[in-house]
Design a protein around this ligand. Structure first.
Ligand code: PEP
Ligand code: MG
Length: 570
């Protein structure tokens, strides 16, 4: 019988084929107290070494299959294996607590994975899967077990509870039609790799997919998250057509990604990327990004014991600026604090970390720490079009203070004969309702606004970003959020300030006509979303979009907005 299972679309495209069920091997182990800790330590060290050798081989394979930037995941795995803190904790568990190698390894890695999972930043949450992946790899070696069979003998759709990045690399790509996992979110590795391979994927589909019968015909739709098991003839026919047209469409969109995004009636808007690394920046260019609308700098600060110094930061920023060349880059100063902890800054306990000592608030209280970042940015900006953006701004006074520190940093460098980038624009993230409501008062103090709909929605709806229980109230297309967005764009334009958006809403196809109608100047999104977003922009007419924007601003609920947008066809 035909049945449908709903998951989360993670990589667009339709795939049809027989199901291949991938079962993770049983890696259960015993816990016991060891008599000879040194021998146990030697076992763990040898296993870690073997794991490293295996990972090097996987890295080489991934470079060939998915390219240098995606293969970077495995370089990161190797670095994690070598992380002195990780190795030291395992060592201590064996030497002091007399744990056996398996338990010491798994307890330590699980602790690390849980710390990552507790972070607000999706990127770091997804890293928990990496740690569990290397832990399982090393455990398998310790237990002397073979890897589960992943050989596909005919073209198949792979179904699994979860797929680790290394499982994904081991799959024979010539036989792989798409992936589907019970676990995982849209930013999981399965999703990232599937996108890099251009294969459809659905994640977070729940345990029901594990009841599938091997070889059963299944359709997956990577855009909608639909999984259709045992489709009837009519459904199969419809999806076959869809599959072919989607493939053609994606190829056409990518081939046009390098051209500008101009509406039918001639308005050109900027389409830029959200990035957090050199690899992301390379991907941004391939996908037609005209610049970077949000460079998240947190990656440099987390997962380490001491603050990155000015030179380290300079090198990291310069590497990304160099990839982008002459294209504009909006670099955001550090946005940590709250629940993203830094071992080298005492953030203290807070009952409501999202309302606490985050981002610019923490930076203004630690001027030397903040100025180190500002100096690094100023130095790396030479020869590039760089714009500095402050996150979590609630009041004009904060921007003024931050600008004073920026000028001090410039003066300090110049006093030492060090060259700084010139004509650097300074802007803010509008992600706190207070800043949106008071947008007019920021005119003259900032050169641009970039709307962060992820936090703006969280604070407008009073729904914590990570709390699933209240997630139904959280949607950036809620008229309450849309009214704030419209106000920011209107006030920005009145004051001669350009307005961009780097929250997830900017890359949401159905939101694009609304944002075009409101007059948004710059759309910043994950690199993979750019080709389709540009295609959507090109199908719209600003005059129609203005009406759409006016209509939705007058609707009473998110549900009404959804229903309205579902009916419009560009
Ligand atoms: C946002 O809040 O919309 C945003 C882009 O920033 P982040 O997701 O990094 O908080
Ligand atoms: Mg934010």
């Amino acid at each position: 019988m035909m049945k449908t299972i709903q998951g989360v679309g993670a990589s667009p495209g339709v795939a049809i084929g027989p199901a291949f069920l991938f079962q993770q091997e049983d890696l259960s182990y015993n816990s016991y107290s060891v008599a000879d800790p040194q021998a146990e330590l030697a076992r763990v060290r040898a296993a870690l070494q073997t794991a490293e050798i295996q990972l090097n081989a996987i890295y080489e394979k991934a470079v060939v299959e998915t390219g240098e930037s995606e293969a970077g995941i495995f370089e990161a795995h190797i670095q994690m294996l070598e992380d002195p803190e990780l190795v030291e904790t395992i060592q201590k568990s064996i030497e002091v607590d007399r744990m056996n190698a398996e338990k010491a390894l798994m307890d330590t890695c699980e602790h690390y994975a849980q710390t990552m999972e507790a972070m607000t930043d999706e990127y770091f949450r997804a890293r928990a899967a990496d740690i569990r992946d290397i832990a399982r790899r090393t455990l398998r070696i310790l237990l002397g077990k073979q890897m589960a069979d992943l050989s596909l003998h005919s073209p198949s759709l792979v179904f699994a509870y979860d797929l680790t990045p290394s499982d994904t690399v081991r799959l024979d790509k010539s036989m792989l039609l798409g992936f589907c996992t019970a676990e995982g979110g849209a930013t999981s590795h399965t999703a990232i790799l599937a996108k890099a391979l251009g294969l459809p994927a659905v994640v977070g589909a729940g345990p029901a997919i594990l009841d599938l019968i091997e070889g059963e015909t299944v359709i997956i739709n990577g855009r909608t998250g639909e999984i259709i098991v045992n489709p009837d003839e009519t459904t199969l026919k419809t999806y076959r057509q869809k599959m072919n047209s989607e493939k053609d469409l994606a190829a056409v969109e990518l081939s046009a990604a390098g051209s500008p995004a101009i509406t039918i009636d001639g308005l050109k808007v900027e389409v830029v990327a959200n990035v957090g690394s050199v690899a992301d920046s390379e991907k941004a260019i391939v996908n037609g990004a005209e610049g970077v609308g949000l460079l998240r700098t947190e990656f440099l600060y987390l997962e380490r014991q001491t603050a990155p110094n000015e030179d380290e930061q300079y090198d990291a920023y310069k590497a990304i600026f160099d990839v982008m060349g002459e294209r504009p880059v909006v670099i955001r100063t550090i946005d940590v604090g709250g629940d993203k902890e830094l071992p080298y800054i005492d953030l203290g306990h807070e009952d409501n970390p999202f309302l606490g000592w985050r981002a610019i608030r923490m930076c203004l209280d630690n001027p030397e720490f903040f100025k180190t970042q500002l100096r690094a940015i100023l130095r790396a900006s030479v020869g590039h079009d760089i714009r500095i953006m402050f996150p979590m701004i609630a009041a004009v006074s904060e921007v003024k203070k931050a600008r004073v520190l920026l000028e001090e940093s410039r003066n300090e460098l110049q006093a030492n004969g060090i060259v700084c980038g010139e004509k650097i624009q300074v802007g803010i993230m509008v992600e706190i309702p207070a800043a949106a409501i008071m947008a007019d008062k920021f005119i003259g103090v900032v050169d641009f606004f970039s709307i962060g709909t992820n936090d703006l929605t969280q604070y407008t709806m009073a729904v914590e970003r990570t709390n699933k229980k209240v997630a139904h109230l959280s949607n950036a297309l809620d008229p309450a959020v849309l009214r704030l967005i419209a106000k920011v764009i209107e006030e920005g334009h009145k004051g001669g300030v350009w307005v961009g958006m780097c929250g997830e809403l900017a890359g949401e196809p159905k939101a694009i006509p609304v944002l075009l109608g409101m007059g948004l100047d710059e759309f910043s999104m994950a690199p993979a979303l750019i080709p389709h977003a540009k295609a959507v922009i090109r199908k719209n007419r600003v005059t129609d979009c203005k009406q759409i924007a006016m209509d939705v601003l007058n609707l009473a609920s998110y549900a009404d907005v959804e229903a309205y947008l579902a009916k419009i066809k560009p």
